[in-house]
Design a binder for this molecule. Structure first.
Ligand code: B12
Ligand code: SF4
Length: 499
């Protein structure tokens, strides 16, 4: 077999790092990667694949004629589209299809029902080994991380390989490679969409040290138990090489996003990074943080280097919900102290994430979130959303054990349509239509605005006494409108680089 063309498909994200890393990995081994981003990013109202988009996919496959297709099934939220894509490939072509990504990794038995191979965990080595075996007509039976059905139709799931400790060896994701495509809005765009972007996204590390029950990180860590250190950092040198290349290739670049689950708080690494970033890159950057990883010295270095935004997960103001339900170890004091550090260090934009209105939380605990928010140091903004049950995460079994949902109910939620799943997270029931029952949500929202603090405290007393409903909702609507306008202005300023 001499056809070495491979099609890798990422979903709902033209920046998807997984397929970009894989493209580089297989290219190094003599394959010709083609990367399709199937549908662009839309975190609020993503639509499923249209018939026209599926037709465009079929045309592209006819044009490329790949010997192998890999689908990156990172999230279960858009399985509806992945099934459609998978089905159309299977119906029209005789090409082996593999699934990889976090969903396929954690639910290989479900995934293998749809495709020929499942590759679990980090895919750089597995995909090369599988492609080589297929090319050479050799056995793939012992390839680590691989799952498949054998000739008898039995499910085989091979052992997980040791984790690569030197993640610099993975190189960095393909930027601006020729064979890249985006199918979105019934159109096909050729070339890497990243080149026209204002932002660049990257990972300086892999893995998260925490164990939140609603997140896949702990399940991935368990999968890799005994296979080497799970949280690994790239060298500053490797990160800078990638950023310098991104800066050279992306003319409109204005913001860098680090997509590390939690940005490094390792002092030596951060010092070196900050010094070099400021000198060589000098573009505002954004990170994700954790209250237990907010350290004054570290944040000072990062702000000096250009830290422009940090998003910190708090998730609940109730210590009980946080500890017993979400398995988050941080205390109220640590959360409040971290907010003071971020404020003193003058991080320009601080966001706190909260997950509210889920079956594990009662109204008293919702109030605790309100009172915790009152103690957070300004300025900050809040991301308030619901709880999305994700397949294979610990919180799913907890909801069953504690009698909040049956397994069947959870399955129908977790495997529902794209729109229904996004609605559980961002949707109308969580936040947008605040009813009299959940005035506390509106009050939580209002804690972001220090200028109306006294008014909010007064209204909280009114609500405690069963009054003030209209006033709270009116104020919330007013502040929401104002915030939207100032967010648009800030975005425009950033893009236009006006200070
Ligand atoms: C960065 C990130 C984002 C970014 C970008 C995501 C992206 N599509 O690239 C943003 C902020 C946009 C995002 C959004 C969302 N995310 Co997110 N995200 C992450 C995070 C922290 C890191 C992902 C990453 O870039 N890793 C680095 C790359 C190199 O690794 P990778 O993508 O896993 O790819 C490797 C392997 O998986 C494998 N692989 C991947 N694809 C394939 C394909 C083949 C064929 C093969 C062989 C191998 C393979 O090889 C790759 C290289 O080693 C993960 C956590 C995690 N640990 O994965 C959550 C995570 C993937 N996100 C998650 C979720 C839920 C979401 C959202 C749905 C949240 C929401 N409700 O809006 C959206 C969906 C957005 C979208 N359209 O994809 C969940 C998914 C779990 C699930 N069952 O759904 C995760 C696991 C976190 C969690 N809460 O558990 N996310
Ligand atoms: S800190 Fe974030 S990435 Fe890490 S386990 Fe918790 S939710 Fe997941």
């Amino acid at each position: 077999m001499t056809n070495k063309r491979v099609l890798l498909v990422g979903f709902y994200n033209e920046k998807a790092l997984g397929v970009r890393y894989l493209a580089n990995a297989i290219e190094k081994h003599g394959y010709e990667p083609h990367v399709l981003f199937f549908k662009g990013f839309n975190s609020i109202e993503p639509s499923k694949a249209t018939e026209k988009e599926l037709e465009m996919l079929r045309e592209l496959i006819k044009e490329i004629k790949p010997c192998f297709i890999g689908l990156s099934v990172m999230s279960s939220l858009y399985l509806e589209t992945i099934y459609l894509v998978n089905k159309t490939i299977k119906e029209h072509f005789d090409i082996p299809v593999a699934w990889g990504g976090v969903f396929a990794t954690l639910m290989p038995e479900k995934a293998i029902k749809e495709c020929d191979f499942v590759m679990r965990g980090e895919g750089e080595k597995t995909i090369v080994e599988l492609l080589d075996a297929l090319q050479n007509g050799e056995s793939y039976e012992t390839i680590q991380n691989l799952a498949y059905l054998n000739a008898q139709g039995e499910y085989i799931c091979n052992e997980i390989r040791p984790l690569e400790q030197d993640i610099d060896l993975y190189g960095y994701p393909a930027i601006g490679a020729e064979n890249m495509y985006l199918i979105h809005g019934d159109k096909i765009h050729r070339g890497d969409p990243q080149l026209k972007s204002f932002t660049y996204e990257l990972n300086a590390s892999r893995g998260c040290p925490f164990s939140c029950s609603y997140c896949s990180a702990i399940n991935l860590r368990r999968l890799y138990k005994g296979k080497g250190r799970y949280v690994r950092f790239r060298t500053v040198e490797s990160v800078m090489d990638e950023l310098n290349e991104a800066k050279r290739k992306i003319p409109k670049l204005r913001v860098i996003h680090f997509w590390d689950e939690i940005f490094s708080d390792e002092e030596g690494w951060v010092e070196e990074f900050a010094r070099r970033y400021k000198k060589e890159i000098g573009i505002p950057f954004r990170i994700w943080g954790h209250p237990m990883k907010v350290d004054k010295k570290i944040i000072t270095h990062l702000v000096d280097a250009g830290l422009h935004q940090i998003v910190v997960g708090i998730q609940s103001g109730s210590p009980t919900v946080r500890k017993d339900t979400f398995h988050r170890p941080e205390t109220q004091e640590q959360i409040i102290a971290s907010s003071h550090i971020l404020s003193e260090c003058k991080v320009p934009k601080v966001y706190y994430d909260f997950m509210i209105r889920h079956p594990f939380e009662n109204q008293e605990q919702l109030k605790e979130t309100f009172y915790l928010c009152l103690e957070l140091a300004h300025p900050f903004s809040l991301n308030i959303h619901g709880l999305n049950f994700l397949p294979a995460t610990d919180i799913v079994q907890m909801a069953i054990d504690q009698g909040y949902h049956t397994k069947e109910e959870l399955d129908s939620m977790m495997f529902s349509s794209i729109q229904e799943q996004y609605d559980q997270y961002w949707g109308p029931n969580v936040y947008h239509k605040i009813t009299a029952d959940n005035l506390w949500v509106a009050l939580i929202y209002l804690t972001q605005f220090p200028q109306i603090r006294e008014e909010v405290l007064r209204l909280a007393k009114e609500v405690e006494a069963g009054r003030g409903q209209k006033e709270v909702l009116k104020l919330k609507d007013k502040m929401e409108r104002k915030t939207k306008i100032s967010e648009y202005i800030n975005k425009a300023k950033l893009v236009l680089k006006i200070k």
